[in-house]
Structures are given as structure tokens and as C-alpha cells.
Design a protein around this ligand. Sequence first.
Ligand SMILES: C[S@@+](CC[C@H](N)C(=O)[O-])C[C@H]1O[C@@H](n2cnc3c(N)ncnc32)[C@H](O)[C@@H]1O
Length: 211
Amino acid sequence: MRKSVKQLLTEIYDGRAEVHLSLYQLSNQHRRKHGRGCDMFPSDPLQAPLWTVLASLTHARRMLEVGCGHGYTAAVMASAGGPDCHVDTIEGEPHHADLAEQAFLERGLSRRIRVLRGRGQNVLPTLKGRYDIVFLDGDWREYPRYIPHLRRLTRPGSIVVTANLNPLFGGWGGRLPGKPAIESYLTSIVGDPHFRTYVIRGEWHSISVRV
Ligand SMILES: C[S@@+](CC[C@H](N)C(=O)[O-])C[C@H]1O[C@@H](n2cnc3c(N)ncnc32)[C@H](O)[C@@H]1O
């Protein structure tokens, strides 16, 4: 029988896509239990090696995520950056923030990952300093408002990964609201002289490098 793409990549990555897999599974269990209103969709474990690539490229010491969920990707990012790396992750749903904090405590990651409670649009203006990597994985309708903060919170060479572009382009979420916000965000960041941006077709993430 022919192997699926998932099987092939899992074998090729040889365990590198399995880091913090228990948190990925807990995220899915939580969402299934809480039904349609819950948007705790963890990123694909086959993206885990991306964070080691980006951490190496940027010599990452500080990373930021908007949309923590159960903490799966924040934990992957922290592991990719190594013991001297710090991750701030923003979560708007108090119960999700509680679950993530507990998960980090149980995995010995609490000192390296800080959960910032509130919506991205309210928390981003309070942040200071520069982040080497930023991951946007929350409500895309807020994305256009993030751009001034993305400029302010990055340095030349920083990388911004933006997920949840599917509602505009296709795949899951085609019927979800907020297409104009995604289009506005991408149009702004692609045209922004402070960034160089590539949209990954199929995956529907974008990658922006701060210049
Ligand atoms: C797609 S899940 C994040 C999954 C996580 N990044 C991972 O890969 O494990 C989205 C999470 O973001 C939170 N969220 C959605 N919009 C948000 C916003 N504007 N600000 C902060 N958190 C938000 C939701 O409560 C949910 O927990």
C-alpha cells in the first residue's frame, strides 16, 4: 500500500514532528468535548520542524504567539528555541489560558513560557522590546490592527508567521466571516516597506521577514 504524505513526512522527520504531541492530542480532545463554539485547533505537528528552522535562522531568544489554545505550539516554539529562549503567548479565553498554564507547569516550561491573558488587539499595545519570531494564530478579524505592533515589536531579521488565511483562499473556514480582514492584512503587509512577505499556497500561512 502506498504511504500517505503524512506517513512519509513523519518518517522523514524521524521524531521531530512528535515533540509535545501529548499537548496536540489534549487540544483536540478539549475542542471535541466543547463542540462548535470552541476554536482550539492546534497547528499541524508536521509544522513542528518549521519552528526549529525559524529559531535557527533568527537566533531566537524571544518569541510571541497570539492564540495560545492549550499551549501546543508555544511549547514546540520554546523547545525549538532551546533553554535560553522565552515565549510570550496571548490567550483571550480564560479557560484556555488556565489549561495552558497548567500544561506548562507539568512539563517544566513555566519559567520559559508566559501566558498573557486578553485579546491580541488589547495585549499587543502593552508589549515592549523586540521579538525574533511572531506567530499569529487567533481571530483573523483582528489581524489588520496588529500591523503597527508587528513593526514595533520586531527587528530586521525577525519573522512573522500568520496562520488562518484559509477563510479567504479556501480549504476549511470557507464560510467563516472575516475575509475582508484577511485580504486587508495581507495587502498591507505585502506592501509594507518594513516586511517582505510570502503566502504559502495550500498551507495558507504567510511568512513575513522584517527588513
Ligand atoms: C487556533 S487556536 C490556537 C492554537 C495554538 N496556536 C496551537 O497551535 O496549539 C486559537 C486560540 O486562540 C484564542 N484566540 C482567538 N482569537 C484570539 C484573540 N484575538 N486574542 C487572543 N486569543 C485568541 C482562542 O481562544 C483559541 O484558544
